[in-house]
Design a protein around this ligand. Structure first.
Ligand code: ZN
Length: 463
């Protein structure tokens, strides 16, 4: 008896350790998560919803007619899913007028002189040539160091940034982050030295001639010169030509910014049964670029998020906290929806216990990555055993999502991003090839189920 008493505290510590490290032993959680996956993989609606969004509405650039159609569709789809509450939250979005009429060609003289028509897409929010054809000698640089070294030769020239995507990065998002600076800031860096326009090698893992768009960020200290994406193969071809002869580029485009327009975050809720005032936000962005159908980016995230409402109803699970699905406006060229959502949360003193975003493609889910305190992270990471049977191999640190970033900045809300397999994403990201046919039903539904499972765990275990 004496000995047992002495050992009791040790026994309690051992129990606590066991409880913390073997939470996967909770059989109710395991069974519910299996129900979530079983339902989604057999009767889920996300793929059909994505088909409608891509084929009946298509691209949905901020401020376009299609954006308003997508908002109405999103609201109706939330109602069809039997959200307790579905509504719009207004914000103002920038409107970039893009008639997709850019023309770029290259000519060169000499013995093997010739002409090349180049597939081109203006970068988002960029100014064009006002419909006039401009012409300039091509200067090819591979990075900013080369640009600076050649700064005396740039006046009146057309600069090609031929910075290749680093194919050695196994996490392609790191390759994207590494290369995207030329798309975002290359125009102003060249305009500083009097360049007439810039061409950007598409930030893409693919070898083809499909240009990939994305936002340009002008520095107001310098002229807003035209900025145009070209395919990776044309970029290499121009770079080779320029080593042999003088290449002249002709360029014409009409893109320009118009006045801001009203737009909306589309919101659908399941009211919490125990803590309705505490919110778990789940979302993606409803807007897309105006080439392709925005299927992976971010139609996938939209339909996966809406699917959570269907899943919880179908398996008869009523969340304790309010689960709020948000289709954010204007992620691509302004982030006005995400900022508005956090502003409204502050104005209404809302309590957000976590926010999850799917905006990395509709491929097989591989991980969740979260930005949160160390204590929260320990709990988040301990849930891995529940998700491992479904292909989630890591609960990592960092990550979240552009639209939920403002919640983290304002309130330190834990934010989590779904990380699908990224090996094919940058072949089609922001490109005309990002269409419904590029999304696999099973992979899309696995992602939706993984998000529902994570929300279920947060709802029951807290964060
Ligand atoms: Zn996106």
């Amino acid at each position: 008896m004496m000995n047992r008493k002495v050992n009791q505290p040790l026994f309690l510590v051992a129990c606590l350790f066991f409880a913390q490290h073997y939470t996967a032993q909770n059989s109710t959680h395991t069974a519910t998560i299996k129900k979530i996956f079983d339902y989604t993989l057999t009767r889920g609606k996300a793929y059909d919803n994505l088909h409608y969004l891509c084929k009946n509405i298509g691209q949905r650039l901020s401020g376009s007619k299609a954006m308003y159609l997508a908002e109405a569709w999103g609201l109706q789809t939330m109602k069809n899913a039997k959200a307790d509450n579905a509504y719009l939250q207004q914000c103002l979005v920038p409107v970039w007028q893009h008639k997709k009429d850019e023309k770029v060609s290259a000519t060169w003289s000499g013995e093997k002189g010739g002409k090349l028509k180049i597939a081109a897409v203006a970068l988002g929010n960029s100014e064009g040539t006002g419909g006039k054809t401009i012409q300039g000698t091509l200067v090819v640089v591979h990075n900013y160091e080369e640009l600076e070294a050649k700064h005396n030769e740039l006046a009146g020239k057309i600069i090609l940034y031929n910075y290749p995507f680093d194919q050695t990065r196994i996490n392609t998002f790191n390759g994207y982050r590494d290369a995207v600076t030329y798309r975002g800031s290359g125009a102003s860096r060249a305009a500083k030295y009097g360049a007439a326009a810039v061409l950007i090698r598409s930030v893409s893992t693919a070898a083809d001639n499909h240009p990939h768009t994305g936002s340009v960020r002008y520095n107001d200290s310098f002229p807003r010169i035209p900025a145009i994406a070209i395919g990776t193969m044309h970029a290499d071809q121009l770079a080779t030509l320029a080593t042999k002869s003088e290449v002249t580029i002709k360029l014409k485009s009409t893109s320009t910014m118009l006045a801001d327009a009203p737009a909306h975050n589309v919101i659908g809720e399941i009211k919490g049964s125990l803590y309705p005032e505490k919110i778990i936000t789940v979302g993606g962005h409803l807007d897309s670029w105006d080439i392709g159908e925005g299927a992976h980016d971010d139609g996938a995230g939209i339909v996966q998020s809406i699917e959570l409402i269907n899943i919880f109803h179908a398996i008869g699970y009523t969340p304790k906290h309010t689960v709020r699905v948000v289709l954010f406006a204007n992620e691509e060229n302004g982030l006005r929806g995400g900022n508005k959502y956090a502003d409204e949360a502050a104005a209404k003193n809302e309590i957000h216990i976590a926010a999850i975003e799917s905006d990395a493609g509709g491929f097989s889910p591989r991980a969740f990555n979260g930005t949160m305190s160390e204590e929260q992270y320990m709990k988040f990471a301990s849930w891995l055993p529940y998700l491992k049977p479904y292909g989630i191999t890591d609960m990592g640190k960092g990550g979240g999502g552009a639209d939920i970033g403002p919640l983290q900045q304002k309130f330190k809300t834990p934010i989590i991003g779904l990380s699908p397999d990224g090996q094919r994403y940058f072949d089609l990201h922001h490109c005309k090839t990002d269409v419904f046919e590029a999304v696999n039903k099973r992979e899309l539904h696995l992602g939706a189920a993984a998000m529902a499972a994570l929300v279920y765990l947060i709802d029951n275990e807290g964060l």
